[in-house]
Ligand binder design. Sequence first.
Ligand SMILES: [Zn+2]
Length: 437
Amino acid sequence: MNRLTACFSLCLLSATSVCISASRAQEKSAAPPKKIAIRAGHLIDGKSERPIANALILVEGDKIVSITPGGSAPAGVELLDLSNATVLPGFVDAHTHVLLQGDITQEEYDNQLLKESIPYRAILAARNAQIALGHGFTCLRDVETEGAMYADVDVKKAINRGEIPGPHMQVSTRAMTPTGMYGPLDYSWEIEVPQGVEYADGVEGVRKAVREQISHGADWIKYYSDHGYFYGPDGVLHSHVNFTDEEAKEIVEETHRLGHKVAAHAIGSDGIAAALRAGVDSIEHGDGLTETEMEEMARRGVYWVPTIIVGAYVAPGRAGNWIRMVDTEKAAFQLALKKNVKIVLGTDAGGFDWRELNQAKEFEYYVNYGMTPMQAIRTATTTAAELLGWSDKMGTVEAGKWADLVAVSGDPLKDITELERVKFVMKGGSVFKNDFR
Ligand SMILES: [Zn+2]
């Protein structure tokens, strides 16, 4: 049945108001997509080595139509003047937790799972998605809900339907470990407490968990490869591996068979080695990466999402090896750069309070640790788009891609901290923030 016929039948059924709104919807969809021209003082497009001066970006609907150096806006098209600004592709944060509000201590974490309802946490997640967008992150890969079940799927759905503003999202729902290898722990065995992950055991068990999570809307499967980080006499950061090789391989095999990808939380060298044996697509955190593991990742194109900001932020408040791990990860980062490991920006936002830290500070660490500003920018644009399988949709400012753009006043190639002061954000052709007006 086409729309007109549907409308007609509805009128006959006496629902006149429904009929009117249906025809309005039809008018709306028939309206030509809105055109906007943006004059960028400088454009870092995500692929050119140097910025393009005085670029004119033409946007139609939610997509970029053209980029021309110089040129003038077509007659009758709204012009956004960013001639005093540097325009870049919208950023991707490839490791977030929109349903979490910081967990430096175990108590902070447990309180969220035990004292806050999932609806309450989802309301905060909607707020967090807007904070991220305001910081210039037009896309998030959210890597598990920490006990909030499948609420990330709902947040993504509400954004995609235009109910709330927020970044594009890829979500991974509940994540998994074997029984007992993730918190909240240490409660009386008489009390059944909510878990931060889905417990899954044995080859059959993990296969079922993968299928279940994907059927409920997971774009990614995330699993925890290790826990319990400690330094050996060799000076290497070690860990206890969670899954048997058979289980981990089954997680990856089944996920890939269903056309999805796998992210593995792996901090110690043992957990990283196990995740690489299983064939995962990205290593999350990766503090204890060894040279051999880096070489393997570079050879096989496995991505590393380092999340340095969260390590530096939580370390002073935590007992154990966390402070030493920040230095270990710094050394790993510097070596990985030389080894050409593909690095994608991720922050673990949610592991720190979204309101306290601007996640864009992660760029600053990358530059302090040895990347050029342009390399750092690519980790959150071009390379991130590759990891997400969305290179055809985003990551660069090019004709045909989503009109996801950010702008800053200064030159981020001279001062990377400019990216912590994003003044303009457009997502899918809609302006979310413009402090240049
Ligand atoms: Zn995380």
